[in-house]
Design a protein around this ligand. Structure first.
Ligand SMILES: C[S@@+](CC[C@H](N)C(=O)[O-])C[C@H]1O[C@@H](n2cnc3c(N)ncnc32)[C@H](O)[C@@H]1O
Length: 228
């Protein structure tokens, strides 16, 4: 009986897929059971609340949040850096993925009120243990951050992406790492210098991917030495 129920549980985990991810963020556990953290029942309401004030904080659409969540899981990222926390909507999608990989997120925001609001939202969702919040100008903070990141997500001042790229190149984004820049279609003009630089860079393979019809993200994979 024990192995049989163990099998059923594993089978469910394999087949739950995206519905399972959404269930977690909506506060449901497997097969309707309560999920792990005590604050999970608040997550569904919290995500809906953050989505209702998305325009105010210029946050990403839900589909892009789901896409980022999946990317972190697929790459099995353990260290993720987000530039542009806002009120923490994307942060929650990234943190939930890192719950699956056992990783950590560092997120940077320049506006103190947004930084505080994001901390509150992440605490309410039960993910504080996954997120380190930095307050300040990311241009100055990135060189001071220790260690390398498997995934870096840029969603702050679009004209600053070129500077972020140069600062990440030296020791912050390893070979095999993934750099993601938001608004690569909608705000392509503001990001032109960055897009030209990364598309032409010999160490990076870049594609523009749409998770929603109106916009896209530039995904740039840093090649491993000696491999194509
Ligand atoms: C488009 S919003 C980010 C939205 C967020 N990714 C989400 O969907 O939940 C951009 C954020 O970047 C912040 N920002 C802009 N310039 C910055 C800088 N130089 N350093 C850190 N944060 C910055 C803004 O204050 C704003 O909150």
């Amino acid at each position: 009986m024990k192995s049989n129920s163990g099998y059923r549980r594993r089978e469910f985990l394999w087949t739950a897929g995206v519905a399972g991810v959404m269930g977690l963020l909506e506060g449901k556990g497997a097969e309707g059971e309560p999920a792990r953290a005590s604050s999970l029942p608040t997550r569904g309401r919290l995500m809906a609340q953050l989505e209702s004030i998305a325009a105010e904080h210029v946050t990403i659409p839900k589909e892009e949040g789901q896409f980022l969540n999946l990317l972190v899981k697929l790459t099995r990222a353990r260290k993720v850096l987000e530039v542009g926390t806002a009120h923490g909507y994307t942060t929650l999608w990234l943190a939930e993925a890192l719950e699956a990989t056992g990783g950590q997120l560092t997120t940077i925001e320049i506006v103190p009120e947004r930084h505080e609001l994001a901390k509150k939202h992440v605490a309410e969702a039960g993910f504080s243990h996954r997120v380190r919040f930095l307050l300040g100008d990311a241009h100055g903070l990135i060189p001071k951050i220790e260690g390398r990141h498997d995934v870096v997500y840029l969603d702050a001042d679009k004209g600053g992406n070129g500077d972020y790229f140069e600062k990440l190149l030296s020791g912050k984004l390893p070979a095999g790492g993934l750099l993601i820049a938001h608004n690569a279609i909608l705000l392509a003009d503001a990001m032109q210098a960055y897009l030209e630089r990364v598309l032409a860079h010999a160490e990076f393979e870049t594609v523009i991917v749409r998770a929603v019809p109106e916009d896209g993200m530039a995904l740039s994979y840093r090649r491993r030495a000696g491999r194509s």
